[in-house]
Design a protein around this ligand. Structure first.
Ligand code: PMP
Length: 400
């Protein structure tokens, strides 16, 4: 009965790793996947995560019962504080409902399912380009996806005028997906002044902000600085949604731990919204997993663990920034044609190199370097040892 099923293509991002794994070359380099690697090229479990896990193991009173539908209550509270700020009036006024979800992706999906069912506008605007999974998540939830101009290939920076024009002509009430910081794949973020203009425009047009926060702490190394965009929108008293992921900033990728918050106008509305979120979640996966959320809660609740986390997080962010400088210097040293300053200017995990798909194919074939075909490279996958190999490959690709 399944003989008619056709072979589906690999996921464009995860497929890069599949191809990488098949390559026997000893010099191969995987810059496709957005996961942090140490200077030795190894995955990293944060020390603070190991400590929190040890606490959990030692606590004999802990059981493995089901969590409630919306997850671990303490985790939800602490997650809201982390993104909105400990002194956020919206939290103090109980206008925020936060539910534990399956990492960033699950949070986006639950938020989108809720909007498709209970919000009057079904259109969501996503930046062009955006993380490849966004359109799929939103379409499958029943939203209709449109794009707004974001990246300008000529400047390798923000197309701010285009962004304002496109959001300005969006229908009233439309949902707008915003990357809270460290835009994926471009590494280009608006300045705070630009965020303020975006906020004013969106509020005047009654556009609904849906923040995707997958890199809090990873962009600048500061958790507060990386949440500024979100906090500006919450400070004006209006509604918004925020999807949080702990995959990158705590290195909890495979634990699938994240949260969806919906900021409402009143506590009464927030309570009703939460009751409906339960109806979204229950038939999808019933309730979320307990382990990852317990780790996060243990770290966020404890002053010492929290401060240790911020130090480890900053070290990851700093290593990425240092890779940016090393790669840029290596290209300048080779006299590679072009202006490579965008490697330093862009922030977060990725550099949008500006290399085209032909150049990417060449680099994969001749240098065994793997990346997505749009020329996005994960700076976290680089090390001082591998920078020269990458610089050689880029130099060869642009001078052929
Ligand atoms: N949003 C963006 C912009 C991302 O880059 C990612 C991870 N690549 C996610 C959401 C979701 O990640 P996860 O589901 O692993 O938290």
């Amino acid at each position: 009965v399944f003989s008619h099923v056709v072979q589906a293509p690999e996921d464009p991002i995860l497929g890069v790793t599949v191809a990488y794994n098949k390559d026997p070359s000893p010099v191969k380099l995987n810059l496709g996947v957005g996961a942090y690697r140490t200077e030795e090229g190894k995955p990293l479990v944060l020390n603070v995560v190991r400590k929190a896990e040890q606490q959990l193991v030692n606590d004999r009173a802990r059981v493995k019962e089901y969590l409630p539908i919306i997850g671990l209550a303490e985790f939800n509270k602490l997650s809201a504080k982390l993104i909105f700020g400990a002194d956020s009036p919206a939290i103090q006024e109980n206008r925020v409902t936060t539910v534990q979800c399956l990492s960033g992706t699950g949070s986006l999906r639950v938020g989108a399912e809720f909007l498709a069912k209970h919000y009057h506008q079904r259109t969501i605007y996503v930046p062009l380009p955006t993380w490849g999974n966004h359109p799929k998540v939103f379409t499958l939830a029943g939203l209709s996806v449109k794009t707004y101009r974001y990246y300008d290939p000529a400047t390798r920076g923000l197309n701010f005028q285009g962004l304002l024009e496109d959001l300005g002509s969006a229908p009233a009430g439309a949902i707008v997906l915003l990357h809270a910081c460290a835009h994926n794949p471009t590494g280009v973020d608006p300045t705070l002044q630009q965020w303020e203009q975006i906020r004013q425009l969106m509020r005047s047009k009654k556009l609904l902000p849906f923040f995707d926060s997958a890199y809090q702490g990873f962009a600048s190394g500061s958790l507060d600085a990386d949440a500024q965009s979100v906090r500006m929108f919450v400070a004006d008293g209006g509604e918004c949604l925020a999807a949080q992921s702990y995959a990158k900033n705590m290195g909890l990728y495979g634990e699938r731990v994240g949260a969806l918050s919906i900021v409402c106008k009143t506590a009464d509305v927030a309570g009703k919204v939460e009751s409906q979120l339960k109806l979204v979640i229950r038939p999808m996966y019933s309730n979320p997993p307990i382990h990852g959320a317990s780790i996060v809660a243990a770290i966020l609740r404890d002053r010492n663990l929290y401060s240790e986390w911020t130090i480890e997080l900053k070290a990851m962010a700093d290593r990425i920034i240092s890779m940016r400088h090393q790669l840029c210097d290596a290209l300048r040293a080779r006299g590679t044609p072009g202006d490579w300053s965008h490697i330093i200017k862009q922030i977060g995990m990725f550099t949008f190199t500006g290399l085209n798909s032909k150049q990417v194919t060449f680099m994969t074939k001749e240098y065994h370097i793997y990346m997505t075909s749009d020329g996005r490279i994960s700076m976290a996958g680089l090390s001082s040892k591998t920078v020269p190999h990458l610089a050689d490959a880029i130099h060869a690709a642009v001078t052929r």
